[in-house]
Write a protein that binds this ligand. Structure first.
Ligand code: LLP
Length: 437
């Protein structure tokens, strides 16, 4: 992809050597706010949601997008997606609580957890949230809790593990015999049979093969297997599915030379095959769900950060920032690439190679290795791209560094949507026992 097109796709451009995001000059933003800071582009979140929705609508009208809340839980993002008509995929009771607090009703939530506790189940039942289970034993426990509460067992779903997974890193591949997620082919029929026996009336089924998939072909084999299993369950157990959930995982081009996921191909692989079995008439007309997180939230946010130190140790050049793995852990955790741009290219001089590093006391605190940037100075500002998914949600106050603020840009206006944490915030939940007072 041409570099300028790649930037434009992310609503970024240079005007007179100054970096603009969502039509605002990043240099003006850092004048007014402390760095590091996350900047979120509302229109880009809406645009990504609509792109996916349009693609689904073209292929199969009965569809829903469940935004994977774990990628970015900011209440404003949840609210804007709700206003677009989104549904929400939660992986914990905390995420469900967050959705409910933002005004999302429980009938718009699916709870795809794993290693559920009984209190997780109680929370889901009390709040009327649809649960997507991860093991046979959980079914037995959940059914008991329904019975103890004297509540009707309405709808239940299970996560199928198709054994063919994909993802940008081994930690994000979520299918396979050795992987903790889902129920394997050998136990899935027995599980639905039991659920029917226990008195559940309606059913759904789910799979999520991994995260950060940019080649739509990676979905082919898992989906073939998923659809085969769905037909088998329908025939062997004698149930119909209300919905079929194909999970998330849709990747984005983090690198300027990476190919973006071909949405048409993705939809063809998922929807065409799905429609084929619907048209055979055996499985009814279930609603098609997908659960994208990253695709909607990643590109819509950047981190603005200031260089405090330029160090030439005689062997290597380092540019030291106020952002680090406490603000974005993906490079450290997965070796992920995040493109880094200078906010000001006005004085473009010679290009040098820098390791872009954070202030955390660990050698692994490297946001970018050997990046070619024009001659940088202490005090300059940089933008770390594609930080909207698994950026803030995986941040930490490690080294007692309070988490940064978040800003939202919409139609040229800037709104502060999260305050930066304070030192007080870092200590507020600690209790000192009497003998140490
Ligand atoms: N549905 C389920 C059941 C999931 O487990 C996930 C992600 C998603 C949907 C959304 O996946 P997405 O569309 O965002 O790829 N921290 C890692 C990603 C972990 C994803 C975990 N599950 C990263 O930064 O790459």
């Amino acid at each position: 992809m041409d570099f300028v097109d790649w930037l434009n796709r992310k609503d970024l451009e240079y005007r007179n050597g100054e970096l603009y995001f969502a039509n605002l000059n990043t240099l003006n933003i850092v004048e007014k706010y402390n760095t590091p800071i996350y900047i979120i582009n509302e229109q880009l979140i809406r645009k990504r949601y609509k792109q996916l929705k349009d693609i689904l609508n073209l292929g199969y009208k009965k569809n829903r997008i469940y935004y994977a809340v774990k990628s970015n839980t900011n209440l404003s993002i949840l609210k804007m997606l709700r206003s677009e008509g989104s549904y929400f995929d939660c992986s914990s009771t905390g995420e469900i609580y967050t959705c409910l607090k933002s005004g999302i009703s429980s009938d718009r939530i699916i709870y795809t957890g794993n290693m559920f506790t009984n209190s997780d189940f109680e929370f889901a039942i009390d709040n009327d949230v649809l649960t997507n289970l991860d093991s046979y034993s959980q079914l037995i426990r959940l059914a008991k809790i329904y019975e103890n509460k004297g509540k009707d067992k309405k709808i239940i779903s299970f996560r199928f593990n198709p054994e063919f997974g994909a993802g940008h890193h081994p930690h994000t591949i979520t299918a396979g015999k050795k992987i903790k997620f889902g129920i394997l082919e050998t136990q899935i029929v027995k599980t639905y049979t039991k659920a029917k026996e226990l008195g559940f009336k309606k059913f759904g089924i789910h799979q999520h093969i991994g995260s950060g998939i940019t080649d739509a072909k990676d979905y082919e084999r898992p989906i073939e297997k998923f659809l085969f299993i769905i037909e088998k369950i329908v025939n062997d157990v004698g149930i119909q599915f209300e919905f079929i959930d194909f999970g998330g995982g849709l990747g984005i081009p983090y690198h300027p030379e990476a190919n973006p996921l071909d949405l048409n191909k993705y939809s063809e692989i998922i929807i065409k095959n799905f429609r084929n079995i619907v048209e055979k008439g055996e499985i009814g007309e279930p609603i098609l769900f997908i659960e994208p997180g990253r695709y909607i939230s990643a590109e819509a946010s950047i981190i603005l950060t200031q260089i405090n130190t330029i160090k030439d140790n005689g062997y290597k050049l380092f540019a030291g920032l106020d952002a680090g793995f406490h603000t974005l852990i993906r490079p450290t955790l997965y070796g992920s690439y995040h493109h880094i741009l200078a906010c000001n290219m006005k004085n473009e001089k010679k290009v040098l190679k820098y390791d872009i590093v954070g202030p955390i006391c660990e050698s692994g605190d490297v946001l970018g290795k050997e990046r070619e940037l024009h001659d940088l100075n202490e005090g300059d500002y940089l933008a770390i791209l594609d930080a909207g998914a698994y950026g803030f949600t995986m941040s930490s106050p490690y080294n007692s560094r309070p988490r940064p603020a978040e800003l939202l840009i919409n139609d040229g206006n800037i709104y502060k949507i999260r305050d930066e944490e304070t030192f007080e915030d870092l200590l507020k939940s600690q209790i000192i026992p009497k003998h140490l007072k």
